[in-house]
Design a protein around this ligand. Structure first.
Ligand SMILES: [Zn+2]
Length: 68
């Protein structure tokens, strides 16, 4: 994945663990899981109430029941 060719509305957030930059795709959706490439921490994107920005919520390792 290349992010340096075209920069549209790519948000970025910093990893809560190692402060590496995490690129957030412009078409990211609520609940999308982002993995830090540096420390392998996984985060869930949570849309802020106020607008279009996302915040990171550490993803639990144990899977929720998704109705499987
Ligand atoms: Zn990290």
């Amino acid at each position: 994945m290349r992010l340096d060719s075209q920069k549209e509305e790519v948000n970025s957030l910093n990893c809560l663990e190692c402060d590496a930059e995490l690129a957030i795709p412009s078409d990211a959706i609520q609940g999308e899981v982002i993995t830090c490439k540096d420390c392998n921490s996984t985060y869930e994107l949570v849309r802020e109430q106020s607008g279009t920005l996302f915040t990171l919520r550490p993803a639990e390792l144990e899977q929720e029941d998704w109705g499987e």
